[in-house]
Ligand binder design. Structure first.
Ligand code: TTP
Ligand code: MN
Ligand code: MN
Ligand code: MN
Length: 366
């Protein structure tokens, strides 16, 4: 018999490509997780996300319950769902959620840029069920982000292709290098993990000269505005304090300067053509772009933190805390035993500090 290495409970000790051999099961788990999230039930939500992540890492398809015996993070509930899917091709509980009016409505509302679960819930409780309900209700006050979300709904809810991401990279690359000759630009997020499609395109932009990055985002924004391609911009200046310990909370946003943008992308700029609806004769589309600008000495932490996936990031932080008594976030790594910060110039340095085998970006699709 061949000895097979056990699957780790931590996503940062697994290699997960974009090829998912258990999509039917992981899709079901993600519906369940999201439903628990809408109901603010954190434990089971996380449990289903972890279980889905474990199954995504397998180079084989689960075809019996026995095959899952040695896998971590699978409890009674998750196994019952797997069993039902293996036997009937679907799970009753998941079908029930998918046909539930509240779930459907919250899913629809949160698909709008700028609408989170809280706002969606508020609208649902007011009896609103559709976009036209929301837009016709005079007591609803849309903020600028939500107004833009409705305005560009079709484009923004349509996936961004790799070719479109490349075209955007060229646009940003041209802008940052015109502004700062020593600019550093890196693709991050889902496209760095090798995904074919994304909901946005994420970039890290900085300068090799420390401190010069502070003026970078405002200058990029001005340039894109002059070019007439900036449809929306939410700029958040840096609140970074280098003396602070890394955050325990994962979902807390980092403190680097960043901007959430919507850009106008011309079809002529995309070699393979725009990814838009058939019959849409416009020569352009709106695309969501995120730019984050850390100081160069935090580049590796920012790159690791923004490359995702979210589950991979969650488990990196959990591994650091539980297994190494260290605190990791997008800014820094702190050793609680030695009471000192551990510096890093590459992602490999951070994995090494944590005593982890290096996982390539395309193996982080946990
Ligand atoms: P996303 O762009 O939301 O996700 P993604 O690129 O993995 O997938 P998609 O194709 O749907 O866009 O986030 C990318 C990573 O950035 C994610 O791991 C979380 C991280 N992130 C932060 O660390 N801080 C932030 O403030 C935000 C908005 C994201
Ligand atoms: Mn992204
Ligand atoms: Mn996303
Ligand atoms: Mn993003």
């Amino acid at each position: 018999p061949t000895a097979v290495a056990p699957v780790s409970q931590y996503a940062c000790q697994r290699r997960t490509t974009t090829e998912n051999n258990n999509k039917i099961i992981t899709d079901a788990f993600e519906v369940l997780a999201e439903s628990y999230e809408f109901n603010e039930i954190e434990g089971p939500c996380l449990a289903f996300r972890r279980a889905a992540s474990v199954l995504k890492s397998l180079p084989w398809a689960v075809c019996s319950l026995e095959a899952t015996l040695d896998l971590p993070c699978l409890g009674e509930h998750t196994k019952a769902v797997i069993d039902e899917i293996l036997q009937c091709g679907r799970a009753f509980e998941v079908e029930k959620i998918l046909s539930d009016e509240r779930y459907q409505t919250l899913k629809l509302f949160t698909s709008v840029f700028g609408v989170g679960p809280k706002t969606a819930e508020k609208w649902y409780r007011r009896g609103l069920r559709s976009f036209s309900d929301v837009l016709a209700d005079h007591s609803v006050q849309l903020n600028r982000m939500q107004q833009t979300g409705f305005l560009h709904y079709g484009d923004i809810s349509r996936a961004v292709s790799k070719a479109e991401a490349r075209a955007l990279r060229n646009i940003i690359d041209e802008a940052v290098h015109a502004i700062a000759p020593d600019a550093v630009l890196a693709l991050t997020g889902g496209f760095r993990r090798g995904k074919e499609f994304g909901h946005d395109v994420d970039f890290i932009v900085t300068t090799t000269e420390l401190g010069k990055e502070e003026s970078l985002l405002p200058r990029i924004i001005r340039r894109l505005t002059k070019q007439g391609i900036l449809l929306y911009c939410d700029y958040q200046a840096s609140t970074f304090d280098m003396s602070k310990l890394p955050s325990y909370r994962f979902e807390a946003m980092d403190h680097f300067a960043k901007c959430f943008l919507i850009l106008r992308l011309e079809g002529s700029q995309v070699e393979e053509g725009l990814h838009i609806a058939e019959g849409d004769s416009r020569g352009w589309r709106a695309v969501r772009v995120d730019l984050v600008s850390p100081p160069m000495d935090r580049y590796a932490f920012a790159l690791l933190g923004w490359s995702g996936s979210r589950q991979f990031e969650r488990d990196l932080r959990r591994f650091a805390r539980v297994e190494r008594h260290m605190l990791l976030d997008n800014h820094a790594l702190y050793d609680k035993t030695k009471k000192e910060f551990l510096a890093a110039t590459t992602e490999k340095d951070i994995f090494a500090h944590l005593g982890l085998e290096y996982i390539e970006p395309w193996q982080r699709n946990a």
